[in-house]
Design a protein around this ligand. Structure first.
Ligand code: CAA
Length: 240
């Protein structure tokens, strides 16, 4: 029987590419989204991938949503915690609300997504957790104190989960994408974006599919001894 994969924020941007790549690799995929019903419906129509709406920042909504996914598709074997938002502002202008929204979605959202699945993965002796972090969790970024804090936090999450899950057949790894051609990056002011691209040795933004292929590998049996790792995919912009 094919494995089941859950991708949060899986109907747009990097998440959509991940959902499609996992489907192409033979997984039954559930993709979550937060708000845009029309785009989610169009995504399902185009790909045949089921979409589910919930706010990853809410534990109750996540647990209920995951229960529904598992009732529809079976136990989730692979979870990709991808949902994320930006509320960029220099620190002196950042509001407590901008801080909290990003923490709730990007960091607490990872807990809320993985925790309801963890015991099932332990019981079945198999699981793959992939968290989509960011280059900016590794190096920090002007205007992203909130976002960088969450993305650095992701790395602590996977390193800890890896140690807890290893004896139970569960791996937990992070991918740190650099600047990828998505709506999120296109929302950066053009002048700032041009400056960022000029600092990428590859001379271009990454493609969502270049991240999706990393996820498919980490989810596979071939990656069974890779646990607690961080894969950087950033066109040589930054090295740890
Ligand atoms: N380094 C140093 N100084 C910088 C700077 C930088 N990277 N960016 C801006 N500044 C300076 C400006 O030159 C300006 O200086 P002066 O006042 O002396 O002229 C000052 O900071 C204020 O700049 P702005 O007027 O542009 O301030 P703002 O409040 O309008 O916006 C900002 C600031 C929100 C940080 C904006 O510059 C911005 O959006 N930057 C991009 C941040 C970024 O990279 N976000 C990543 C989004 S994509 C993503 O997150 C995906 C991923 O994982 C990679």
């Amino acid at each position: 029987m094919g494995r089941v994969a859950l991708v949060t924020g899986g109907s747009r941007g990097i998440g959509a590419a991940i959902s499609k790549a996992l489907k192409d690799a033979g997984y039954t995929v559930a993709a979550t989204y937060a708000g845009n019903d029309e785009k989610a419906a169009a995504f399902t129509e185009e790909t045949g991938i089921k979409t589910y709406k919930w706010n990853v920042g809410s534990y109750e909504e996540s647990a209920a949503g995951i229960a529904k996914v598992e009732a529809d598709l079976g136990p989730v074997d692979v979870v990709v915690a991808n949902a994320g938002i930006t509320r960029d502002a220099p620190f002196h202008k950042m509001t407590p609300q901008q801080w909290q929204e990003v923490i709730d979605t990007n960091l607490t959202g990872v807990f809320n997504t993985v925790h309801p699945l963890w015991n099932g993965m332990r019981d079945r002796g198999f699981g793959r957790v992939v968290v989509i972090s960011s280059i900016n969790g590794q190096k920090g970024q002007f205007g992203q104190v909130n976002y960088a804090a969450t993305k650095a936090g992701d790395l602590g999450i996977v390193k800890s989960l890896a140690q807890e899950g290893a004896a139970k057949g569960i791996t937990a790894n992070a991918i740190c994408p650099g600047y990828i051609a998505t709506e999120m990056v296109m929302a950066v002011p053009e002048k700032v974006r041009e400056k960022i691209i000029s600092g990428i040795p590859a001379g271009r933004l990454g493609e969502p599919e270049e991240i999706a292929r990393c996820v498919v590998f980490l989810a596979s049996d071939d990656a069974s001894f890779i646990n607690g790792s961080t894969i950087s995919a950033n066109g040589a912009q930054f090295f740890v």
